[in-house]
Write a protein that binds this ligand. Structure first.
Ligand SMILES: Nc1nc2c(ncn2[C@@H]2O[C@H](COP(=O)(O)OP(=O)(O)OP(=O)(O)O)[C@@H](O)[C@H]2O)c(=O)[nH]1
Ligand SMILES: [Mg+2]
Length: 221
């Protein structure tokens, strides 16, 4: 019982800080995306590939969450986008306080979009609001078509799902339509997209358009 109380208190504290973050983002007209997915789902690869296109239109900053290393932030910085790295030292998710600490380092007046890559994990991050506008789940076909129904929480609250690595479908015993049906069963509201990497070219044009549309809606442009 006491353990349950502590868990609820921590959640309430996180929600209170997330609400402050959300207010701060709103007062600066910043759209925020919280990206979640299993280790190796292709989150950073997706971001590395969409950031140059997004940056042609809007000012973007990344916050990278990982247990250890600055590897992902270094990859992102090669695209020319500023990337702040949070190391959770064993923690399986980011929390609102960690984001609050990072945004103090930024000049919020000059940012349109903040993308947060959460720690690679399909379970823990889903329970922690960071103050985001959009929750994006990235799932690769290589993980198997049943992952949405086996790990439903992240999908339940997702506004957008990106299915990656579709170029691998010919080599896998996976039916992408079954995966899509599972996602729709859990969350019919989520916008679902596919990305692929073929002959070194990463294709995610529709996703870029969709994200820009959401940012513009928030900014009233
Ligand atoms: N074939 C193929 N490989 C991909 C694709 N996207 C990512 N990968 C590979 O998948 C591996 C993992 O990709 P990352 O982008 O590092 O995955 P991640 O989700 O950021 O991983 P963590 O941050 O560690 O959770 C890398 O070797 C990528 O090159 C894709 O569309 N097709
Ligand atoms: Mg990554």
């Amino acid at each position: 019982m006491a353990r349950l109380d502590i868990k609820q208190d921590l959640k309430a504290l996180n929600n209170a800080i997330a609400a402050e973050n959300r207010e701060k983002f709103a007062s600066h007209n910043i759209y925020v995306i919280n990206v979640m997915g299993s280790p190796g789902a292709g989150k950073t690869t997706f971001l590395e590939n969409i950031l140059p296109e997004l940056s042609k239109h809007i000012q973007v900053v990344m916050i990278e969450g990982d247990l250890a290393t600055r590897n992902d932030a270094l990859r992102i910085e090669k695209t020319g986008v500023t990337a702040l790295q949070i190391n959770t030292n064993g923690g399986c998710h980011l929390d609102a306080k960690m984001i609050e600490n990072q945004i103090q380092k930024l000049n919020l007046n000059s940012i349109d979009l903040i993308i947060i890559e959460n720690v690679g994990n399909l379970v823990c991050p889903a329970s922690f609001d960071l103050g985001e506008d959009m929750r994006m789940v990235i799932v690769s076909v290589a993980e198997g078509e049943d992952k949405p129904i086996k790990y439903p929480i992240a999908f339940l609250e997702a506004n957008m799902v990106v299915i990656t690595k579709t170029d691998l479908l010919p080599y896998l015993d996976v039916d992408i339509n079954v995966m899509k049906k599972y996602i729709a069963d859990i969350n019919p509201e989520a916008a679902v997209f596919e990305t692929t990497k073929k002959d070194g070219v990463y294709k995610a044009d529709e996703v870029v358009e969709y994200i820009l549309e959401q940012v513009r809606k928030k900014k009233g442009k």
